[in-house]
Structure formats: structure tokens, C-alpha cells
Design a protein around this ligand. Structure first.
Ligand code: 6PG
Length: 235
């Protein structure tokens, strides 16, 4: 089985469990080497950031570098920004130095933002033999269609791409995004996926199937292990 699935009775306890795990990873890491985290977007992360910030302490983040699994192409102060989602509950409350926050420069043109993001991530993450960054911890959410990051069903170009980051137009508004590619999600040391909401039950079941074809299924099938946290029981 190439995943570990943890069921919880409600979203608060699933979020709490992930916050505890994240804090454990933070305090047991080797602070002498960069620890790279890719944050996700959507509704779920805000509660996670608050739960985690209640456990972590200022000054525990030396050499921890924050990136994003995907970002919407909106200004950083826009409420749709995945970066903005993290500013108050995570970066401000834990006083994370700006030099450790590597947001995608979505106010610039996408080509420049992608180039900048790739050079930043390659400064801090080890690279695997194919040149993909080996991120230490990638957080993902999963959509009701089995998408993760901004990798959506039917995006054949995404499947063939070897790019670390790429601009995409996707069905979930806002449509213009920049996303990590599949190869970076395969290469990451740890991928933790929060799947909260009964409406995702079928997409999760489809994704866990060995014959699954959703973007999340593709990630699961190309990794040795992925940790999944959910607030519902799969029949
Ligand atoms: C985004 C996300 C996206 C999200 C899923 C789940 O920028 O929208 O990265 O992949 O994680 O759509 O979203 P919810 O947490 O809102 O269900």
C-alpha cells in the first residue's frame, strides 16, 4: 500500500492531528540544513495554520523555507491569494523572516514568476537525479474532482511536463494559476494531503483505487508513501 490513511470524526480533529505531526517534524528536523515546505490553497489550510501556530513558537524556524504547491495569478494582497491565506495565521503570528518566505510573484508576468520560483526552490531544496527539487514536506488539498495543487483531470500537458512549476488555466476559479508539476510531487520526501468534506468521498475512493486516473491517483501511484488525513469514513 503506498499511502497511509487516517480517518477522523470531524475536520477539527483531522486538522489538529496534522498540526501535531507538522510541529513534530519542525522540532525533530536538522536545523543545520534547509527544511523546505510547500503550502497549499483553498479553504482547508487556514484552520491548519491556526492550529499549527498554536503549537509552534517564534524562533523555532531557523532554516525553514516556505514555498507553494500552487498559487492563483492574483495580487498577493488579494483574498484569493494562497500566499495571503498564510500571512496572518502563520507568517505574522510566528514572525517568520521574509527571507524564508518564497511566494510566487504573481503580480509579475507568469514566465518571470515561474523562473523566479524555480530558482528560489532550487536554492534551498536538494535536487533528485532528474533535476526535480526534493521538498521536505508538501501539503496538498484535494478537490471534489480529485485535483491536487492546480493539477486537474484532463490536463494532458501537465502529465507530460517535466517543469518544476508551470502556468495553467484551470476550471476552479480563479482560472489562471501557477502549479508545481507532477514530477515535483513525486520527488518530495513527504506529501501530506488533507481531504475534508463528505463531498470528496467519491473522488478519494477513486484516487485510492490502483486503477485510479485522477490527478491525486497519479501522485499516489508514483510515490512510495503519501499521508492522507480525512474527516469521513470511506465505506
Ligand atoms: C487551490 C488549492 C487546491 C485545493 C483543493 C481543495 O489553490 O485551490 O491548492 O488544490 O487544495 O481545491 O480545496 P479546499 O481545501 O477548499 O477543499
Amino acid at each position: 500500500m503506498n499511502y497511509s490513511l487516517y480517518h477522523f470524526t470531524d475536520s477539527e480533529s483531522s486538522i489538529e492531528a496534522v498540526a501535531i505531526r507538522w510541529h513534530e517534524a519542525l522540532i525533530t528536523r536538522d536545523p543545520a540544513i534547509p527544511f523546505t515546505v510547500a503550502l497549499s490553497g483553498g479553504r482547508t489550510p487556514k484552520a491548519l495554520y491556526k492550529a499549527f501556530a498554536a503549537k509552534a513558537q517564534k524562533g523555532q524556524f531557523d532554516n525553514v523555507h516556505f514555498f507553494w504547491g500552487d498559487e492563483r495569478v492574483v495580487p498577493p494582497e488579494n483574498d484569493e491569494s494562497n500566499y495571503k491565506l498564510a500571512v496572518a495565521p502563520l507568517f505574522d503570528s510566528l514572525e517568520i523572516p521574509k527571507t524564508q518566505i518564497h511566494r510566487l510573484l504573481t503580480e509579475r508576468d507568469e514566465e518571470f514568476a515561474v523562473q523566479q520560483a524555480e530558482s528560489e526552490i532550487c536554492r534551498f531544496a536538494k535536487l533528485d537525479p532528474s533535476g526535480q527539487p526534493v521538498l521536505d514536506l508538501v501539503f496538498l488539498g484535494m478537490g471534489e474532482d480529485g485535483h491536487v495543487a492546480s493539477l486537474f483531470p484532463g490536463d494532458q500537458e501537465a502529465i507530460e511536463s517535466k517543469a518544476i512549476y508551470r502556468p495553467v488555466t484551470c476550471p476552479k476559479p480563479p482560472p489562471r494559476r501557477i502549479t508545481l508539476g507532477y514530477l515535483s510531487l513525486y520527488a518530495a520526501r513527504e506529501v501530506w494531503v488533507l481531504v475534508n468534506g463528505e463531498g470528496k468521498k467519491q473522488a478519494l475512493a477513486d484516487s485510492l483505487s490502483l486503477a485510479g486516473t485522477t490527478p491525486f491517483a497519479r501522485v499516489l501511484q508514483n510515490r512510495k508513501n503519501t499521508e492522507i488525513f480525512t474527516d469521513f469514513l470511506l465505506e
